[in-house]
Design a protein around this ligand. Sequence first.
Ligand SMILES: [Zn+2]
Length: 65
Amino acid sequence: MGVRVPPALLMAKKAKGSHTVGLKCTVCGRFNYAIKKQRSNRKKMELRKYCKWCRKHTLHKEAKL
Ligand SMILES: [Zn+2]
C-alpha cells in the first residue's frame, strides 16, 4: 500500500530550486534546447550548440520558454 504520487507532482518537486529555460539560436531565433538552471544562477547562459535548422553550430542564448 505505497503512496502513489502522480508523475506531474513528482516533476514539480524535482524542479524545486531550479527552473527550466530555453536555449535559442541567435541565427534563426528558434528554441533548440531546454536546460535546468538553478534559481541562484542569474548569469545568462550562452553556449555554442548544434542548430538543426541552421545545420551547424551556432551561438545559443538563454531565453524564457
Ligand atoms: Zn539556428
